[in-house]
Design a protein around this ligand. Structure first.
Ligand SMILES: Cc1cc2nc3c(=O)[nH]c(=O)nc-3n(C[C@H](O)[C@H](O)[C@H](O)COP(=O)(O)OP(=O)(O)OC[C@H]3O[C@@H](n4cnc5c(N)ncnc54)[C@H](O)[C@@H]3O)c2cc1C
Length: 335
């Protein structure tokens, strides 16, 4: 696809905002197809020491043929056409799962573009899918032009946020034991499968940064260690976007409610029930805030809050105010 020098932007320094980038990127022709070599020579690396997933299975079948088969099936079977409507529903398998293949070069954005069809004549679902691919390109161009974001916030006024260094909070978040079901489901999906749904990535990241007040770079590291698609550009972009510190980021004062996100994007609770089995029999109306169950309801659901499943680690409303205050102080300090 386009290299950073192909898209210099009007100032010559690239783009800090997604929409103009995406316009320029879409206008750039897809490169010609270059067939993969039949074999590559290189060192044979030992696999010893790599951790296996709890299931013992590889997370995905490897290789370009497997990547192509997944891409073709996603487009042919209607996944791409339905993408706009279903991509945010965490309990559904409605995204392409191409991320590890794209990360490892087994599939390229140009291949995806060719599979989707003629630009300008795509269904709304395919358009939405192509737009997400463009976020990948945006973050890759951004990291190439601003390598310092790998270590620090892009926004200078948000470099002095006071973070809590709380190992117990970090460990509970990593283990999926925060007491907020949608957060715990996301982190357990990471541990069990090496992948997390995009919406869940946003929710767990927001919770770490804005509820637990832990530096986004700690979460970025946990993700890089656990994701099969761990990608320095996309991961940094996603974390800085969520923290509100990066390029074209979510405004820092927009703080996701883990309860509301669960109710909207896992309305039947399928996602939570799959990854947090101790909540399986909790009524759907209570599933995203199980601590509101009466003692009798807890007995009925076979889930006592505080023993079978943790009570919420922090109070979302209180922490929201604290986070806003910390962000405000960093901005004031920066003048
Ligand atoms: C905090 C956070 C961390 C993330 N870390 C990574 C990471 O390490 N590696 C990674 O590949 N993606 C990352 N993402 C982006 C996104 O969550 C994944 O690309 C997506 O969930 C992968 O699943 P999929 O292939 O089914 O995606 P689909 O929805 O099918 O999208 C197709 C492809 O488009 C690209 N894409 C989609 N959404 C985004 C996005 N928001 N940003 C950048 N590229 C996107 C990916 O290459 C993806 O494979 C992160 C997002 C957040 C919020």
């Amino acid at each position: 696809m386009a290299e950073p020098e192909d898209l210099p932007g009007s100032s010559g320094a690239g783009y800090l905002v997604f929409t103009p980038f995406s316009r320029a990127w879409r206008g750039h022709p897809l490169p010609a197809h270059v067939p993969a070599p039949s074999a590559l020579s290189g060192p044979s690396l030992p696999s010893a020491g790599l951790e296996r997933l709890p299931s013992g299975d590889p997370p995905l079948p490897a290789g370009p043929a497997a990547a192509r088969a997944r891409l073709v099936a996603f487009v042919r079977d209607g996944g791409a056409d339905a993408y706009a409507e279903r991509r945010d529903l965490m309990g559904e398998d409605a995204t392409s799962h191409l991320s590890a293949y794209l990360r490892l070069g087994m599939c390229t954005p140009a291949q995806v573009g060719r599979a989707l069809g003629v630009p300008g004549h795509l269904s709304p679902g395919r358009e939405a899918f192509w737009r997400q691919l463009c976020w990948r390109e945006f973050y890759h161009h951004h990291l190439a032009r601003h390598p310092e974001v790998a270590r620090t916030a892009l926004r200078a006024d948000l470099r002095a946020i006071e973070w809590d260094d709380d190992p117990a909070h970090l460990a509970a978040w990593t283990a999926g034991q925060t007491g907020y079901p949608i957060v715990d489901a996301g982190m357990r999906q990471l541990a069990e499968t090496g992948w997390i749904h995009n919406r869940a990535r946003m929710v767990v990241a927001s919770f770490l940064v804005k509820d637990l007040l832990i530096d986004w770079r700690r979460g970025e590291t946990v993700f890089m260690q656990g994701l099969v698609d761990g990608d320095p550009a996309n991961n940094n972009g996603g974390w800085q976007w969520t923290a509100g510190t990066g390029t074209d980021a979510a405004p820092y004062f927009r703080i996701m409610s883990p309860i509301r996100q669960g109710q909207r994007f896992d309305p039947d609770g399928d996602y939570v029930r799959r990854f947090v089995p101790e909540l399986r029999d909790v009524p759907t109306a209570r599933l995203h805030e199980p601590w509101t169950m009466s003692a009798e309801e807890q007995r009925g659901a076979g889930c006592r809050i505080g023993s079978d499943y943790p009570a919420p680690r922090v109070d979302h409303r209180e922490r929201r105010e604290l986070a806003l205050d910390r962000y405000r102080r960093s901005r004031e300090a920066a003048g």
